[in-house]
Design a protein around this ligand. Structure first.
Ligand code: DAU
Length: 325
């Protein structure tokens, strides 16, 4: 939201969000009073609510709505099926009568499964999702492609690697490690910590979304990545170093079941066809991110305690509409 509001004066954004545990309106407090921004609390699986959304006269939809955390999907896959698969199909049904509304579907590198050493997946690679989360995202993608093919829904799919950024819920590796290290708590590393991820700073991803929104052809699929896969242990050691904390805070814990060893994407297609490329180095991005969490300990406390749910009630209910069927 913030990226698009800052990038374009002529844009108006409706943020449709059910605000579950990780949806924090406090993260958008600085734009909450911008007349071009509006938050509507609603459920993507609620067809009536989503239909009403389409009646607002949209030009484009960026479909971020998802359960995203792999560990949670291992504990209980049901919300992942409901939101990620059924929610996507519900959105696609609502989009059917509007072939002129561009839909960007936010997917993930996890749909390819684990990448062999030194290799990076291209868009043609077969899908091999291996966690319940990844399976739900792969399934959602198939529905997007099916609706584009069958009904002409103007959809584009972006498969991105791990994002990192300010305002990220502290269940993901980077914010969790920053938060724990700041409080001198143990940093839990799954297994041997040598699993590799390709980290992309959020601003680079936002630019990719903006470019895909304007330039990508209906039905196309693009990988988005910075192209460097790094072991988790290296990321965590960098965080400790920047914060001036000892490596002894690292604690090796039981591995995640079915843990994908390596994610790596080849993003040459989006670079060649749409002219996107990553601009922020990992070193710059991680410094910005750490500085932000250090300066925003109150946000972090609220996120961890669930306090922001009350924030919604205090600040938003009177200003925003709630769509329910
Ligand atoms: O690759 C894109 C995906 O990145 C997104 O589609 C997912 O929505 C997002 O959650 C993320 O999935 P990961 O499982 O890769 O992210 P996470 O931050 O949970 O973990 C990153 C790596 O760090 C992974 O190898 C597991 C490891 N890890 C994670 C946590 C939370 C640890 O070693 N310890 C931890 O406490």
């Amino acid at each position: 939201m913030r990226f698009f509001l800052n990038a374009r004066r002529d844009v108006e954004i409706v943020n449709f969000d059910i605000l579950t545990y990780a949806g924090n309106p406090e993260s958008l407090a600085d734009v909450a009073h911008d007349p071009r921004y509006c938050l509507i609390r609603g459920d993507i699986t609620d067809r009536t609510a989503v239909d009403k959304l389409f009646q607002l006269g949209l030009d484009a939809v960026i479909h971020f709505a998802a359960e995203t955390h792999v560990d949670r999907s291992i504990e209980d896959a049901s919300p992942f099926l409901k939101t990620n698969i059924f929610g996507t199909q519900c959105l696609l049904e609502a989009a059917r009568p509007f072939p002129n509304i561009r839909l960007v579907h936010i997917s993930t590198d996890e749909v390819y499964g684990s990448a062999p050493r030194e290799a990076a997946f291209k868009e043609e690679a077969p899908l091999d999702p291996r966690s319940p989360y990844a399976a739900s995202k792969a399934s959602a993608e198939h529905f997007v492609t099916a609706y584009a093919n069958t009904y002409g829904v103007s959809a584009v799919i972006l498969r991105c690697t791990n994002n990192f950024r300010p305002f990220q819920f502290p269940e993901k590796l980077i914010p969790l490690m920053i938060a724990n290290a700041t409080e001198n708590k143990p940093l839990p590393i799954y297994g041997d910590g040598l699993q590799e991820r390709d980290w992309l700073f959020v601003e680079d991803y936002c630019r990719a979304i903006a470019i895909a929104l304007e330039k990508a052809e209906c039905g196309s699929i693009y990988n988005v990545s910075c192209g460097v896969s790094q072991p988790n242990l290296k990321i965590v050691r960098t965080i400790l170093q920047v914060l001036g904390k000892p490596d002894s805070l690292i604690q090796y814990v039981q591995d995640r079941p079915g843990h994908d060893r390596r994610y790596a994407l080849d993003s040459s297609k989006i670079q060649r066809e749409l002219g996107w490329r990553p601009l922020v180095s990992f070193e710059d991005g991680i410094r910005k991110t750490i500085e932000w969490y250090r300066a925003n300990s109150e946000w972090l406390d609220h996120a961890r305690s669930g306090e922001y749910r009350n924030y919604y009630e205090r600040h938003y209910d009177r200003r925003s509409e709630t769509f329910r069927s």
